[in-house]
Design a protein around this ligand. Structure first.
Ligand code: ADP
Ligand code: ASP
Ligand code: MG
Length: 411
């Protein structure tokens, strides 16, 4: 007997028939003697609808109240999934994040899980129940409802698997695994039987939304066996996230590049003509951090005439807030010539652990983009990734030509 956490995303619970389908799969696993915890997202489109509703009342919704609203999508699907299971004669019980007590910090709309009280769920599992838990939501120490950021049900699934010491966490979605890139953008993309945890972490952090980055972080920290599978197919092993050491023994030849990620969700903030002196990065980014705005890429140019330009990227949703912070709190001290924002950018990243032992990947990437006349605005690298910021209108083209240049297609 194994304990398995199965997470189903929005398209997999999009209507009553699909929820019945989820219940049928759970029933099959239950019949094999396994204990099952199901984590569900809201029906596809629901979270977007709720956000739009909030914005109709307040343009920049108060985050606490927004969380109260957007957590309701999942409350509907846990109830429906429990009902569908009962209809199959299976004992089932639904739980909201608060009812489980998925304790988070108080960063509304992007809260982090601090602790999970697994006691009641364990008890229910031992009593023969399937527990159906709402993804995406938690509760802070004061009892406020919080949410975990878009795609956060993945993180609920993996964190629960870690807390329950589950044998496996299965992420059921609308594709049958992790591909070399988003198969909706490049139809020739290839499914990977397995991918190392490090590569998955990098792909997720660079924008592959098939897994939310924090879910991959949890899997790494607690060594959760994590698999991505299709909820529409009964066959197939999907993609297993492996830990590098295991992979090394079995794989004679590793690909240099495993995948390409892209992200349209960032915006660039440009601070022109700031004094080129110690402390300037801190003066600019300190107040940004104090405002709880995450910064991704950062570039500071070499100075000329005693001044320099400073550019960084933030989430598109936070561009307005970041500009306001700079104009209100920073401009007076640094006297920048100009502060502006650009949200018509995209980030494209190639990822692969083979990069560690191969040179020339960056130049191949830059040559491929140059041949298409695509201008690179920013570059950042890590040991296993090269990421570039380009004009968003060239994003899909860039992904397609890079996918071809690195020979990632189905052979
Ligand atoms: P869910 O609602 O099940 O959580 P998501 O829409 O969040 O599903 O994630 C699945 C989607 O991720 C796929 O439909 C696909 O378009 C996209 N995706 C992006 N990059 C990849 C990738 N490398 N492999 C597979 N899917 C990817
Ligand atoms: N319903 C949430 C969202 O749309 C969480 C999730 O689907 O994982 O982002
Ligand atoms: Mg998702």
């Amino acid at each position: 007997m194994s304990l398995i956490v199965q997470k189903y995303g929005g398209t997999s619970v999009a209507n009553p028939e699909r929820i019945r389908n989820v219940a049928r799969r759970v029933a099959r696993y239950k019949a094999m003697g396994h204990q099952i915890v199901v984590v569900v997202s809201a029906m596809s489109g629901e979270t977007n609808k709720l956000i739009a509703l909030a914005k109709e009342v307040m343009a920049e919704p108060d985050p606490r109240e927004l969380d109260v609203m957007i957590s309701t999508g999942e409350q509907v699907t846990i109830g429906m999934t429990a009902l569908a299971l009962m209809e199959l004669g299976i004992k089932a019980k639904s739980y909201t994040g608060t009812q489980v007590k998925i304790l988070t910090d108080d960063s509304h709309t992007k809260a982090r899980i601090l602790d999970i009280d697994e006691h009641n769920i364990k008890q229910d599992l031992n009593d023969g129940y399937v527990c159906v838990v709402a993804g995406f939501q938690g509760v802070d120490e004061f009892g406020n409802i919080t949410t975990l950021g878009r795609g956060g049900s993945d993180t609920t699934g993996v964190a629960l698997a870690a807390a329950l010491k589950a044998d496996e966490c299965q992420i059921y979605t609308d594709v049958d695994g992790v591909y070399t890139t988003d198969p909706r953008v490049v139809p020739e993309a290839r499914r990977l039987d397995k991918i190392t945890f490090e590569e998955m972490l990098e792909l997720a952090s660079q924008g592959s939304k098939v897994l939310q980055i924090r879910s991959v972080e949890f899997a790494g920290k607690y060594k959760v066996k994590l698999r991505v599978l299709s909820s529409f197919e009964d066959e197939g092993d999907g993609t297993l996230i492996t830990f590098e050491e295991e992979n090394k023994d079995s794989e004679m030849e590793e690909p240099i590049i495993s995948g390409i990620a892209f992200n349209r969700d960032e915006a660039k903030i440009i601070v022109l003509g700031v004094p080129d002196k110690p402390g300037i990065a801190y003066q600019i980014l300190g107040p940004i951090a104090d405002a709880n705005i995450d910064v991704d890429m950062i570039i500071q140019n070499t100075g000329a005439d005693g001044t320099t330009d400073f550019t960084f990227t933030v989430h598109k949703n936070e561009m307005g807030k970041a500009l306001a912070v700079l104009r209100d709190k920073v401009q007076n001290h640094i006297n920048a010539r100009e502060i502006s924002g650009d949200d018509k950018i995209a980030k494209v990243s190639v990822v692969g652990i083979g990069m560690r032992s191969h040179v020339g990947i960056a130049s191949q990437m830059f040559r491929t983009l140059a041949e298409e006349g695509i201008n690179i605005q920013m570059i950042s690298t890590s040991e296993i990734k090269i990421a570039v910021v380009i004009d968003e209108k060239y994003m899909e083209l860039a992904v397609r030509v890079l996918h071809k240049a690195f020979e990632l297609e189905e052979s």
